[in-house]
Design a binder for this molecule. Structure first.
Ligand code: DAH
Length: 344
């Protein structure tokens, strides 16, 4: 067995000299020094020798194994060095080159507008109230003074679910009812909230309308809230949002849940009021619907309309973003096209 050991040793050393890559080195290590390597197996067989030879054999085998290990480490280092210099010669590395920029994500243009809107209303004392996307028919319509079968329902084409009476909200206005029930403490507390979120309408998708879009609803209730409060507050919002010099105008309108109802226009951001395709040559851009909360709605929210009043509004952040940036087609917002998104 001693001769066998010496033979394996010299053979292993000789082979090691010829190895030039990591793969072959690993193979060599498995073959001689691995768990089932030739040296290891011989060492394990020490017990089969006559008693008086065992010690000497074991010592020698261990010494040769250590010698091979050392030779292996040396060779492996040399091979690694050689590989490194080869790769450096083939493709020199210029450490002074500027790094490659990792592409960073950005906020969706609507999100940017929404955050601006939140910040402005927060400064004016309005807190964000999150209401649900899936609504019941009652809260989305009836409690907002839009009874079943009333033609006013035609203003909102609705997505229904397979559960009767459960729909996707067509506007954020039902959140007014939920906010009144949650914050109103049975009609005893004033409220100042905005209610942002997604709305859904069963509509033909076109450059002007999508089947899902955001709204930011607003609600203020109090004991002495008047139309002048509504106009002043919305005007102040528009100034902070679009610039102090922008003109704001209110037009009479109709919504079932407000009385009186108004629509808010600002001077067209792109043409400054001269007329352009974005404002359809009117010089004005509509940014919100609003009005004094209808007594029936106050009542349904738990407020006694003889003592309480309030104003509400609903604005469209996508529309606003389109006007600010001159975006001609609302469908871009959901197309997930980087060429569009990267511009913001
Ligand atoms: N909910 C209305 C819509 O989706 C927008 C609106 C108009 C909300 C007037 C209001 C409001 O709170 O007072 O068309």
């Amino acid at each position: 067995m001693l001769e066998q050991l010496d033979a394996i040793y010299s053979q292993a050393l000789a082979r090691l000299d010829g190895l030039t890559d990591g793969e072959a080195l690993a193979e060599w290590q498995r073959r001689y020094l691995g768990k089932k390597g030739e040296i290891t197996l011989l060492l394990r067989a020490t017990g089969t020798l006559p008693q008086e030879q065992r010690a000497a054999f074991g010592q020698r085998a261990n010494a040769l194994r250590d010698a091979l290990s050392a030779a292996y480490t040396e060779r492996a280092t040399a091979v690694r060095q050689a590989e490194l210099s080869r790769s450096l010669e083939e493709a020199p590395l210029d450490v002074t080159l500027p790094g490659r920029r990792v592409p960073v994500g950005g906020l969706h243009p609507t999100t940017q507008t929404l955050r601006q809107i939140y910040a402005i209303w927060a400064e004016m004392g309005f807190q964000v109230f999150r209401s649900r996307d899936v609504e019941d028919d009652d809260t989305n319509f009836t409690l907002l003074n839009i009874p079943p079968h009333h033609p006013a329902r035609d203003m909102w084409d609705t997505f229904h679910t397979t559960t009767p009476g459960v729909i996707l909200r067509t506007h954020t206005s039902p959140g007014q009812i939920r906010a009144m029930h949650t914050y109103g403490e049975n009609g005893t507390q004033p409220i100042r909230v905005i209610l942002p979120g997604m709305c859904y309408r069963y509509e033909q998708i076109s450059a002007r309308s999508e089947i899902q879009f955001n709204q930011v609803e607003g609600l203020a209730t109090g004991r002495n809230i008047r139309l002048t409060d509504l106009k002043g507050t919305i005007t102040e919002f528009a100034r902070r949002m679009f610039g102090p010099d922008k003109r704001v105008r209110f037009r009479g309108s109709y919504f079932p849940f407000t009385e009186p109802s108004l629509e808010v226009d600002i001077e067209c951001i792109l043409c400054g009021g001269d007329g352009c395709p974005v404002c359809k040559y009117t010089g004005w851009i509509e940014i919100a619907g609003c009005g004094m909360v209808h007594p029936v709605v106050l009542q349904n929210g738990g407020y006694d309309p003889r003592e309480w009043s309030g104003f509400a509004f609903g604005m469209g952040p996508e529309r606003m973003t389109m006007n600010v940036h001159g975006i001609q087609d609302i469908r871009y917002f959901w197309q997930n096209d980087l060429r569009f998104l990267e511009q913001f």
